[in-house]
Design a protein around this ligand. Structure first.
Ligand code: BG6
Ligand code: MG
Length: 217
């Protein structure tokens, strides 16, 4: 039986549904620029940085933009995104996620966030989890976004747990790859549920309890 001492959660699309807000904000920018963008393209943006996401979106653009213009576009998208985040509250944290986190904590499992987002701490505040996790590592602290394992390795280091004793929970293919490259087992949710590289394929968040207590192999 595998014994995990800690869990590192991705944020957007795992703890809360900010992945839907990322889509809406990118869609607004893409429409303004006249660039085709849909949910399938959006799935390629899960887990990767803001600037890398923009480069993927601009693959469908007929125009070539300077770095300065691209930074302005990324900033514009972030403003649209922040307008959506402002409306978030603890009501945006599902009972399933909150109850599961509480149970995991109660049974002594260390809990961390490993997110590529520079807005992660703000989102955690909005949904009432500002001081909840044992460690939070976000896009402001890393040099390389997922699929590089940097964010998860730093989170595990802050928890004081080796990667082989930590489980990573992800909704992004890039995040599952980052976990595996860092020596972690991964649980895939949502878009990443079907990933062949995930050890566990979750339909519901509370399945994590059985994994941690050893009731599920
Ligand atoms: C990740 C999202 O969590 O954060 C990506 O899955 C996003 O889609 C990335 O691009 C960066 O987010 P932000 O908030 O710094 O623009
Ligand atoms: Mg995600």
């Amino acid at each position: 039986m595998k014994h995990y001492q800690g869990i590192i959660f991705d944020l957007d699309g795992v703890i809360c549904h900010t992945d839907a807000y990322h889509y809406l904000a990118w869609k607004k920018l893409a429409d303004r620029l006249g660039v085709y963008f849909d949910k399938q393209i959006n799935n390629r943006l899960r887990g990767i940085s803001r600037m890398e996401s923009l480069d993927i979106i601009l693959e469908n653009s007929k125009n070539v933009y300077t770095d300065a213009e691209k930074h302005e576009f990324a900033e514009e998208k972030n403003e649209y995104y922040r307008q959506l985040l402002v409306q978030m509250s603890p009501a945006d944290l599902s009972a399933d996620v909150k109850n599961t986190l509480d149970i995991l904590r109660k049974i002594g499992c260390k809990l961390a966030i490993g997110s590529s987002s520079k807005n992660a701490r703000y989102i955690l505040e909005r949904i009432g989890l500002g001081h909840y996790f044992d460690a939070v590592v976000d896009g402001n602290e890393i040099q390389h976004s997922k699929p590089d394992p940097e964010v998860f390795l730093l989170a595990a280091q802050r928890l004081g747990i080796v990667s082989s004793s930590c489980l990573v929970v992800e909704d992004a293919a890039a995040g599952i790859e980052a976990a595996v490259r860092g020596g972690f087992d991964a649980a895939g949710l949502g878009d990443a549920r079907v990933s062949p590289f995930a050890k566990y394929h979750l339909i519901q968040f509370d399945e994590l309890i059985d994994i941690i207590t050893g009731n599920r192999k």
